[in-house]
Design a protein around this ligand. Sequence first.
Ligand SMILES: Cc1cc2nc3c(=O)[nH]c(=O)nc-3n(C[C@H](O)[C@H](O)[C@H](O)COP(=O)(O)OP(=O)(O)OC[C@H]3O[C@@H](n4cnc5c(N)ncnc54)[C@H](O)[C@@H]3O)c2cc1C
Length: 508
Amino acid sequence: LKVVDNILKPVDRFLNSLTMYELVMWGLVSVLGVAALESLMGLTGYTALSIVTSSSVLVGAAVAAGWILWRLFGVASTRDSAIISGLILTLIMKPATTAMDYAWMALAAIIAMSSKYLVVIRDKQLFNPAAFALVVLGLAGYGASFWWVGSQSLLPVVLVLGLLVVHKIRRFHLFLPFLATGLITTFITRQGLTPASLISQTLISGPLLFMGTIMLVEPSTTPPTRTLRIAYGALVGVLTGLVFTVGPFYSTPELALIIGNIFAFAVNFKQRVRLHFRESQPVAADVYDFVFTPDRPFKFRPGQYLEWTLSHSHADSRGNRRYFTIASSPTEDVVRIGSRIDPQRSSSFKRALTALTPGATISATSLAGDFTLPSDPTGKLVFIAGGIGITPFRSIIKYLIDSHDHRDVTLFYTAQAADGFAYWQLFNDATAVGLKPHYVITGPNVPPGWQGLTGFLSADHITANVPDYKNATFFISGPNAMVVSYKHLLSDLGVPSGHVKTDYFPGY
Ligand SMILES: Cc1cc2nc3c(=O)[nH]c(=O)nc-3n(C[C@H](O)[C@H](O)[C@H](O)COP(=O)(O)OP(=O)(O)OC[C@H]3O[C@@H](n4cnc5c(N)ncnc54)[C@H](O)[C@@H]3O)c2cc1C
């Protein structure tokens, strides 16, 4: 495991320096660059010029459509997501050679963008935009889309990009069931295939890899929990391998994805909550609580999160949606999120969040998360939090206090400096229900007289403060690098992996 981590460290550093949008966008540009070069060398059936002009029309039409939708309906469209939709369509639709081909492309881009902002229910996008556009085009007489990206010559670059995307977004549990069921179903339904021809026709030169790593994993159209995502991947895989006709629809990879999107939508928690901003409160250095009043009571388990949408003009490439843990407890009448606000450079989302005035509304959907209290109240628990990763523990601990639920809980809370600890008064109050809080300063500035721990959390810290740690269930929440390193620490201490639950906040 450590060898793999050492290999992955530089990869993770690289991936952390990019946003998801940047990775996907530049990755798709690279795939198209390779395709154009191969065309110049005569390795493909298309000209480099047709690839360049097709991508220009598709990307140009998608960006223009996004801008028009923004002017007409005020939807918060982002230019990067329009570019990505245009690039994905470029890699699927056969490079254009006639004026009619270009017209189909412009139409596809417009439909894709419209679906993103207009085919929505309760603020939630239903379909993968590119797949939706291709299905509509199929009905309108365009014919089957080509998926020319699924070719042997493009395999290496698609594979590298796909694996980077799936690794960054942590969705192998979605991609692999899709791949497995796609291959198995294809093998069963297409007669005369040998295992070797199956691999060459479906994996090396078919749509599976591109579709599974770039389109299937798109967060706004995937289910909220791991189990449901496995089911979603498996379903889309089966549908991709099947050959069927239903009315005007005949089986295509894009139709498989659209049907999967409907499944994902149906199983998702779709009850949208509208919340009214009440106030923001500084809770630690550069960390604020944003407090809201929901327009109706809603149920959640302490430790769960929501997908928050905050419409604002001039959204940057990170867009207008974020996942935030509900830092409040279900026992409170307000809903709070705790977030770090970078004083130097914040995203447009965080700037809009800090600019909210009392009464302003924000909406939230897709309640999810398994980082919640075990049902057995007698088990020993150890919480390890790094920085803003404290938010689920704030929710859980406040819940324990309010419901007088006495449990054996040790909290190790790490922060760079003494002023980085949020909610410490609450944690100190929670000693009454069994909480043993330990504050750990990881940075060099330790104030004189500091009574807590210092340095990175070590095996000694754990064994000294939790002697029977082998019987405990550990919860770790924080930045990815921290979560990974503490997982190793626990594994070296002999804590079984089944006793360790993790939560990490991508995005920093
Ligand atoms: C399940 C889950 C739960 C989460 N819970 C929480 C939570 O409780 N609290 C929380 O704070 N986060 C949480 N997150 C993470 C959250 O969704 C955001 O990804 C994170 O807060 C970063 O926000 P941001 O993109 O607005 O960037 P910011 O916080 O504004 O910035 C992060 C870094 O990116 C840089 N940056 C900002 N904008 C740009 C830009 N346009 N281009 C380049 N660099 C830029 C900044 O300088 C900064 O260093 C959670 C994520 C998940 C998946």
